[in-house]
Write a protein that binds this ligand. Sequence first.
Ligand code: SF4
Ligand code: SF4
Ligand code: SF4
Length: 340
Amino acid sequence: MALNRRDFLKFSAGAGLMVTAGARPTQASPHGELSPEAVGILYDATLCIGCMSCMVNCKKANAEPGGALYHRETAGTIPYEYPENGDPIYDAPQRLSAHTLCMIKAYNGEEDGPVGKGSTFSFMKQHCLHCLEPACVSVCPVAALQKQPGTGIVTYNKDRCFGCRYCQIACPFGIPQYEWHKASPSVVKCQLCNHRYAQGRYSACCEACPTGASLFGKVKDLREEAKRRLTLKPGETYNYPVKRVDGNERTEQVVKKYVDHVYGMDEAGGTQYLFLAGVDFDKLGFNPRITNQVYPDFTWDYVSHVPALIATLLITGTVTRIATQKLGKKKNDAEKGDAA
Ligand code: SF4
Ligand code: SF4
Ligand code: SF4
């Protein structure tokens, strides 16, 4: 990002004024309307076998040029191995991180389940929900995060980002991660494999899912599919679509018991990532304090009362970003010098 000292001072002054005035710092979000072309994912925990193919394919797809995890220095390495001190290490992620945009977690409950006490079990998949009214977009002072018209995908442009990490504070789902380990860090999060659509491909996690637990498609179709599943009776069979809701691939499965709720239909104003499960959502890591309230208004109402925090974040973020970019450039120049 080319930000010289004059730009920085101008920006800092602007940010300070904006914050002091209590003004909302960036683009208005496009008020929660679901575009007919909006795409998303339906994750059905009752179909998930915890194979983690989605996680591996996510890393692979995003470690390639155009992907969110692509870095020149790790290009060509196995997606789940990262060189550290020269030695490759096995990466068995436990949570979302700067290397992991998509996470499968397991819940093992203590309450009574179908086969006795402690038998309630479920997987859950975690990544950006591509909110209809994304709080991260609404607070980004430089529009580095944007909700794309049409697809509704919430994308990130690292060339715009100056590292305030305000999006991390604002996201009610704790999704955006930061590359603390890098000389020139960026925010990372799932962008629904936006970079693959031009190649006629779609979300890598859904492409790799063998059971249909992660299903890609237009959100309007995914909503219908989710509602249809809630009308099914446990024990009957259903021809579940696999990979894409509009594709030909299907698998016949015995229907398990669903919690009578599609998570993401209304939560946080609605999301393009929808969930079905056989276990209550608050047991699967969903914060029960997240309501159907639209978050950008809520978030800004809250943070506008702490202008000192925002100003500090904006200014320290900018300084850190400029300093780390200079360090990164020096390192790159030195590497090029060594290679010459
Ligand atoms: S889940 Fe968080 S990071 Fe993703 S769009 Fe919503 S607010 Fe933004
Ligand atoms: S859509 Fe792409 S980036 Fe997002 S979780 Fe799936 S594979 Fe990862
Ligand atoms: S690939 Fe599908 S079945 Fe395997 S862990 Fe991911 S969502 Fe579950």
